[in-house]
Structures are given as C-alpha cells and as structure tokens.
Design a protein around this ligand. Structure first.
Ligand SMILES: Cc1cc2nc3c(=O)[nH]c(=O)nc-3n(C[C@H](O)[C@H](O)[C@H](O)COP(=O)(O)OP(=O)(O)OC[C@H]3O[C@@H](n4cnc5c(N)ncnc54)[C@H](O)[C@@H]3O)c2cc1C
Length: 459
C-alpha cells in the first residue's frame, strides 16, 4: 500500500472516529484525529459526579445536588456478546474483556407491580435452545403467553429474522398475536431499550436484526456485557494511547468548520483558527454536524440534505446515590408502567449504593425539571423498594441527541460510508450498518470507513 504524504484526517473522536483511527494505525497509516470537545469519547464517555460546574457540555445537561467525587458515564450503557467489532477493537488496543465488562447470560427481570415480576433466565445451552428454554420457563407469563412468544420466535427464525417490507414493531407484535402483557413486559422493554424509539414507530427490521445477531449463532452472542469501568476507560482512552504510540495524534478543542473540495476531490478543511491540507478525510462527527458540513458545499449538498431527514431521540440517566449497603439482587432490572425503565446497580463499578435509572426515547419526562424528574424516579423506586431511604446525592444527565430515531424504513435513508467526493468518507452509528444506534454500529462504521480509505490508497 502506498503510504500517504499527508495524514488521514478524522473529524470526531467518538467511538466511530477512534475505531477508524485505530484501524488505520494498525497498518501504519498516519492519522490526525480532530475533536471539537475537550474530551474524547463522544456520546459514550466518563463524566464527573460532582457539582463543580453546571454540568456536561454539548448536548448533555447535568445537574448535581451534592458534592461527590465519583466518575460516572454520560449515560448508562449495555453491550451484548454479539458486539464482535467492539470486542475486537478492545483486543487490538490491549483492553482485556474481563477487566472492562462483567459478562452474564441473557437474563431479564422486569417488575410489573409491587409483587409481580416477569423473569426470564437463559441456561448454559447452545443457541437458540438457551432462549427457547428461557422463554418456556419464564416466570410471570401464562403458559399460553409463553407458547405464543415461542411461536413468534419460531416464525421469525424461519424467515431468518428478515421482513419483505419493514413495519413498526407494534404492528409486528400484533400480527403475531402477542398479548398486551407480553408486549408490555418483554418485547417493549427490549425494543425501546435497543432502538430508543417508541414501539409504534420503531423499525421492526432493525429490531429483528438485533435479535438475529444476538440469538441465532452462539449463546455467547446473547450475553449481556455490563461495563465495570467508566466508558472512557473501556475504549476511548486506550484507543488514544494506541494511536499515539503508532505515531498518530489526537487533538482536542479542534472544530472542523468547513470542507475544502476542488473538482469533486477533498483538498483540505478549515478549523476555528487555521486550515489544513488533506487528501483523505473521514467525517466521524454526529449526523447533524456532518449534514451541516456537507450542506455548505455544492458537491456534497445533496448528501447533507438527505442526512437532515434523520431525527434524534433522547436518553435520560438519573443517578441516585443511596447508602452503600443498599443494592439490587440483580445487576439490572426493568420497570414497566413508570417513567423509569431500567435500573442498573453500579456496585460492579465499585460504586456501592449508586443506581443508574435509564429512560429511553422521547416522552413527557423531557419536559420535567431535573428536580421533578428526580422526585418522580425516586418515588417510583420507593414503590418497589419501600425500605430504601431518600437518596443522598442525585444527578440527571439528559442526552437530547442520544441516538437517531429508528423509524420504519430507516435503513432506506441511512447513508453508506462513501460520498460523491474523492477522498471523503463518513462514519458514525447513523450510517447504514443495519444496527440501531449502538457502540457496535459506531465501531463497525469506523472500521469500514478506514478500510475504504486503505482500498482507495491501493487504487
Ligand atoms: C445516554 C446514552 C445511552 C446509550 N446507551 C447505549 C447502550 O446501552 N448500548 C450501546 O451500544 N449504545 C448506546 N448508546 C449509543 C452510543 O453511545 C452511540 O451510538 C455511539 O457512542 C455513537 O458514536 P459515534 O462515534 O458514532 O458518534 P459520537 O459519539 O457522537 O462522536 C462524534 C464526535 O464528533 C465530535 N464533533 C462534533 N462536531 C465536531 C466538529 N465540527 N469537528 C470535530 N469534532 C466534532 C463530537 O464531540 C464527538 O466526540 C447510548 C447513547 C447515549 C447518549
């Protein structure tokens, strides 16, 4: 491969940009990563749990009620065993999985009322028998509901988890005669949790893609990977070290403002205070930023316009610090009929007593003040855990543009990594990986963009 005279420029040090930079660095291609923020990691990064300022920058708003010295994440994340590109990236940069994650068999405990729980545990059986067994023996569902859910799974497996025409998840569940109870306690939490989009709008095709990737190959693909370190320590920090050790650089506070395109070829870009020459650029910026950068140039305006069709959905994480001896029996559990959707016990991070309550998707909670939201979530938890005291410290992190709105037919409008301009590529969770907005989607997209760059160097 011809070694380029100029480094490949990667705009954005989220997981997609860092994955692209690591992939290029592996092959000794020089890279310069330009990140507009003061911190790398993008939408999956460490944030302080302390009241030093008004909160986290960019699209995040955070408030803190009391002094504290912990680090948390800008949002509680969960990965699955099928996220192979992310695991492979971690191996490349020298992060041991056992250090980063607690890996557990797929298990779901959903609280549906003070004394009612749906509980699905998968045993150590080969896939898909483990899931079949889990469904058949799920507590809290009637025998009829379990068989119907199993039949639904069987029908989906027969069609290889694909649909001739996309439809909403709600319509898919309805067409397969899933009861209201099974939808509420099983399919809806899974769908909203993975697509961050209400089930009456969410793409069934994308939901089925997650089921196919996680349930059909090996049991390990459906394992839940619970981070036990903050997210910056899992990939961004070690990725930056790897890039720098290989001679690349990661520069913070460097906002790409404009692309220089000449005769349909990238020739450079403008930062706040200077211009840079470039022959190869990967835009790993968020979709809305990439749209703006593309719209301001005639050669990429059409691509930019099409990106504006992708809408964004929020995710809210409410951190509640209880006394250290309060904990959940499980690492995580779901709650239904409440604003709170999932509760994660952060004791596996060494943060005893700290609960992260996750609220995915749009909803009335986004109009509540932080104080009202904390009050709502705290009293919902008190319904299920009446012996818990008031939390000692609290913090709300609202990511207003956490993911793209994963609507029906979304894959038809998601872009590939290529652009009409020679030397210019795009990467990010919103590109057409078939997956919802996930860390794995971001990493796969970044790696693909890097490979396209290397292929173009060989041409
Ligand atoms: C609260 C929350 C919870 C989530 N939960 C999960 C989960 O449980 N599991 C999961 O797999 N995924 C989850 N996700 C989704 C996952 O975090 C994202 O899909 C992923 O981080 C996106 O990475 P990215 O690199 O594509 O984009 P980003 O992380 O947005 O990276 C883009 C980078 O570009 C930078 N940038 C912006 N403008 C410029 C500019 N002009 N010049 C230079 N740099 C610029 C940004 O600062 C940012 O660092 C969650 C997301 C959030 C917010």
């Amino acid at each position: 491969m011809t070694r380029p005279e100029l480094p490949v420029i990667i705009a954005g040090a989220g997981w997609a940009g860092l994955a692209a930079a690591v992939e290029l660095s592996r092959y000794d291609i020089p890279v310069t990563v330009l990140e507009s923020a003061k911190q790398i990691g993008g939408r999956a990064r460490r944030v302080p749990f302390k009241p030093a300022d008004t909160g986290v920058k960019a699209s995040t708003e955070a408030t803190h009620s009391t002094a504290h010295t912990l680090s948390v994440d800008n949002g509680q994340h969960l990965l699955i065993g099928a996220f192979e590109s992310t695991l492979s990236l971690m191996r490349t940069i020298g992060v041991r999985e056992q250090q980063a994650f607690k890996r557990i068999n797929l298990s779901l405990t959903i609280m549906c009322g003070p004394n009612k729980t749906v509980d699905l545990q998968t045993p150590n059986l080969p896939a898909p028998l483990h899931f079949v067994w889990g469904l058949l023996t799920a507590n809290g569902l009637s025998l009829r509901e379990r068989f119907k859910a199993l039949w639904f799974y069987h029908r989906l497996a027969k069609q290889d988890f694909t649909l001739a025409e996309d439809e909403s998840c709600a319509s898919l569940f309805d067409r397969h005669h899933q009861s209201d109870n099974v939808i509420k306690t099983l399919w809806k939490p899974l769908c909203l949790g993975s697509l961050n989009t209400p089930i009456d709008q969410a793409s069934a095709q994308v939901f089925l893609r997650i089921l196919r990737e996680s349930l059909t190959h090996t049991r390990h693909d459906s394992n839940l990977l619970l981070p036990q370190q903050d997210l910056s320590a899992v990939v961004p920090d070690p990725a930056m070290d790897f890039i720098e050790r290989r001679g690349g650089s990661v520069k913070l506070g460097q906002r790409v403002q404009q692309l220089h395109i000449n005769h349909e070829e990238i020739v450079g870009l403008t930062l706040d205070d200077r211009s840079l020459k470039a022959r190869h650029v990967i835009l790993a910026t968020p979709c809305q930023v990439t749209a703006k950068l593309c719209q301001s140039n005639p050669d990429t305006a059409h691509l930019g316009d099409s990106l504006t069709r992708l809408r964004a959905n929020p995710i809210c994480t409410v951190y509640l610090q209880y006394p250290e001896d309060f904990s959940l029996k499980q690492d995580m559990l779901g709650i239904v009929d409440t604003v709170s959707q999932w509760v994660f016990d952060r004791k596996i991070y060494g943060q005893a007593g700290l609960m992260a309550v996750v609220i995915s998707g749009p909803g009335k909670h986004m109009t509540l003040s932080n104080a009202q939201l904390i009050q709502t979530v705290t009293s919902e938890l008190a319904q299920h855990f009446p012996h818990w005291p008031q939390p000692l410290h609290t913090m709300v992190v609202r990511e207003r543009r956490a993911t793209f709105h994963c609507a029906v037919n979304i894959n038809k409008i998601r872009p590939a990594n290529t652009t009409p301009v020679q030397g210019l590529w795009i990467a990010g969770d919103y590109t057409n990986t078939g997956l919802p907005a996930t860390l794995e989607g971001a990493v796969r997209s970044g790696v693909r963009a890097a490979r396209r760059v290397m292929e173009s160097m060989n041409e």
